[in-house]
Design a protein around this ligand. Sequence first.
Ligand code: GTP
Length: 633
Amino acid sequence: MENIRNFVIVAHVDHGKSTLADRFLELTGTVEKRKMQEQYLDTMELERERGITIKLQPVRMLYTVRDVGNVGVDRNEQFEQAERSNNSNKQSDQTYILNLIDTPGHVDFSYEVSRSLVAVEGAILLVDASKGVQAQTLANLHLAKTQGLVIIPAVNKIDLPNARTARVKEELSYLLEIEQDEILEVSGKTGENVEKLLQAVIEKVPPPNASIKYQELSIKDQSRALIFDSSFDAYKGVIAYVRVFDGGFKRGDKIASWATKAKFDVLETGFFAPKLIASAELSAGDIGYIATGLKDPGLVRVGDTLTTFRNIEISTYRNFQPLAGYKEPKPMVFASFFPENAEDYDLLKDALGKLKLTDASLIYEPESSIGLGRGFRLGFLGMLHVEIISERLKREFNLSLIISSPSVEYAVKLTNGEEVKIRSASLLPDVSKIGSIAEPIVDIEIITPSSYLGSVMELVSSFRNTYKATEYLGKETAFLKYEMPLSEVITDFYDKLKSVSSGYASMSYELTGVKIGDLTRLDMLVAGELVEPFSRIVPKSKAYYEGRAMAAKLKEIIPPQWFEVAIQAVISGKIIARESIRARRKDVTGYLYGGDVTRKMKLLEKQKKGKKKMKETGRVNLPQEVFLKMLKR
Ligand code: GTP
């Protein structure tokens, strides 16, 4: 156990975690050079396409250092020293097991980060030398500190021509209250100082500390492992990704999960290389996997404790102490998902169960609607999360879905005094029955270089907000604090913030409570029919603007039909905006050439009649693309 180091890399989005991990994989020979590809640990197709990490990814690396006493010293120098003292055979090579968990940087996936942190003892805090400290740098640093992890700060991308390494080091030393020379300067791209960073991990991160080792287990002792993630395999069933804290597990062991009370035999144990590699056992301090053989994803819950029950029945677990789990993530945004074909309901249900295994922050509950049949209401951590899950359901499970406009959770007071929680505009009661509508409020913190302060403040003023404070980190980095309704923050605020600050400003937010707002329901009609999924709850002051914007967008993305299609935005029965999509024209006269013009007229007349009939009976069939595009503002 002395030679195990468990650590994560945390950073703001795009500060170079996955690229640094690539260098670690190369350096330790975990991945052969010819098999190496950029951002190796981002294995999901969507991750590679978008260049972002969505899921945490553990990997075990082996690394040999000559004489640990010289850690931090250049390897050549170590060698020379050994030569000089002429006692090289006294020096023992030390091989370390380095368990790294690569984590996502985007705020929507911070639940992945918080789970990784519980499984490790140290964290590399990476900061982009051209961007400096950003919102998720702080948020993740805070998480790591709360967890009591050893923090190893490093400034990354020092090879960039616009790197401001000295300034960023200054910011970091101020933030962490440490000397600047404790901060490493690295480049994940060129590999500069990456080995030094790895050696710093060995030197500074403590080995795991466990009360009982596997070999010392007595019949009365319990082994304990915390599930931090999971996946599904058709043959091995649910695979639990675990950090073993006490004792150990091996194939054939009879084990149980604490919260779900599931019992099973261990099918296989192993490590992440980063593919799953079977091992004889998993012992205290290890990060690895346990194949459970269970087919029901619901039985293996992230945050639960796995334990052996050897000769002890699960009913006598009274004295058993489960490991501290995770704070359940609180969904911020909700959207309804209905299968386009009603018979796909079970497929959708199955798909959600499987997605939940790899994304513990996803929540869902059944829902039904008169117009759309049976479906599910899903809860998400943010808009990027909505987009990613929608995209995964489409790609990985081949499902065609109707997706409603995402909504926050409103607390509606009815005139009869009752209070109801509404997570979808289409469920809002009639206006005459509503006393008030309260919406969730967040404290938002924007970090921006001082030079963009003006444009950021101007942007915020176009959203509903209450100014709270401005603070500074050094001279050139400002923190702006506001209170805003959550629904304002989750729209296109983030994209606009990026664009007014040339990508430099970043933000994080925290739910603080609810406040009554002046809100109303906005509906969209397509060809005269209400399309429930497009209904939204909007502030009255913005209703006209929103209605016009939605109608214009729908006009752009609904494919033309054989007849003209009207798109209307409606508030309380009043049409506030209208657009129309021109009919598609099929050239019914194409095969006529020359000849009698009346024949051509006759054909066109026939087509017109046909279209009229179609318009009377025709409903516009909205393809899934339309719903997916409406999710992106
Ligand atoms: P998320 O996980 O999505 O937050 O991103 P990440 O932190 O893993 O960043 P990633 O490794 O994907 O790198 C983001 C971008 O920065 C990529 O285009 C990399 O090629 C680039 N990059 C990473 N490290 C360096 C570096 O040291 N120097 C330079 N010049 N570019 C780098």
